[in-house]
Design a protein around this ligand. Structure first.
Ligand code: ATP
Length: 260
């Protein structure tokens, strides 16, 4: 079984500006699908990057089981933690298949084996991208590129998968597909999946656990049904939140300006 991920009182600054302040996250169990929410500039991307080792942590530590990620070299750490950034940028004239193969072979070298090709095929299939396999990535739509970024991360499964607003460019069907893929990755691979999201209804429907970040601090951590309807959640966003149930029984939230 994969180990749990724990964040212990980390602080992160960009220059003199402290962005994350003593953030601790209780163990995230393998198989968990976690939504990281909070207003713009709350520090969600910074927290994901800190876990991935892409920004330095000034204080505190991040552990995967007994392994201190914060003490690891970046290459070894990248094998344990995959990070899918918010913006996908490539100018390379590579096809979807080629760019997935590059992701698979990153840090490995040598010629791709049959296993490597199978892993790329599986990532394409998991993200339903087979029909785009021979298309040049740079010529795809923003939403298609976002799915390619997810598929890249799946070419070499890791115990921790972090995604920064993975559905921001996706239509409603693909949003649902993407979260279904993430749920399967958590359940089938035993991965810990943490996705920063702005859409609270997506968080309500797809996450087992929600982390609420506000001004660089962890404000709340709990199951979506309790956390998303809490006063703390509305206060952090500076909105009112009306809640109810859809005809399918899911929690539904409507945000409104307090003056409205
Ligand atoms: N490279 C950087 N250098 C300096 N400041 C930065 C840098 N990246 C982010 N920041 C600052 O850190 C704060 C948190 O940014 P971050 O991107 O982590 O927030 P976020 O919660 O992901 O926001 P959003 O929802 O708008 O994407 C912001 O005030 C931002 O201006």
């Amino acid at each position: 079984m994969n180990p749990s991920l724990t964040v212990e009182t980390i602080s992160v600054a960009y220059g003199p500006r402290r962005i994350l302040d003593d953030v601790s996250i209780a163990p995230c169990a393998p198989g968990a699908s976690i939504a990281l929410i909070g207003p713009n500039a709350a520090g969600k991307s910074t927290l994901l990057k800190a876990i991935a080792g892409l920004v330095p942590v000034q204080r505190g530590s991040i552990r995967l089981g007994d392994t201190r990620l914060t003490a690891m070299k970046s290459e070894a750490r990248a094998r344990l933690v995959r990070f899918v950034p918010q913006a996908y940028a490539t100018s390379a004239r590579l096809t979807v298949f080629e760019i997935l193969l590059v992701a698979r072979m990153c840090g490995v070298g040598g010629r791709p084996t049959r296993e490597d090709l199978a892993a790329v095929g599986k990532a394409l299939a998991r993200c339903a991208l087979e029909h785009l396999s021979d298309r040049c990535v740079a010529e795809l739509s923003g939403g298609q590129q976002q799915l390619v970024a997810l598929a890249q991360a799946l070419t070499r499964p890791a115990p921790v998968l972090l995604l920064d607003e993975p559905t921001s460019a996706l239509d409603i069907r693909n949003q649902l597909e993407a979260f279904a893929i993430l749920k399967r990755v958590a359940a089938e691979d035993g991965a810990i999946v943490i996705a920063a999201v702005h859409d609270l209804n997506l968080a309500a429907r797809h996450a087992d656990r929600v982390l609420l970040l506000g001004a660089g601090r962890l404000i709340a951590d709990g199951p979506p049904d309790a956390l998303l309807v809490s006063d703390a959640c509305a206060q952090v966003y500076g909105v009112g939140l009306a809640s109810g149930r859809t005809s399918r029984g899911s929690l539904a939230l409507e945000a409104y300006l307090p003056t409205a």
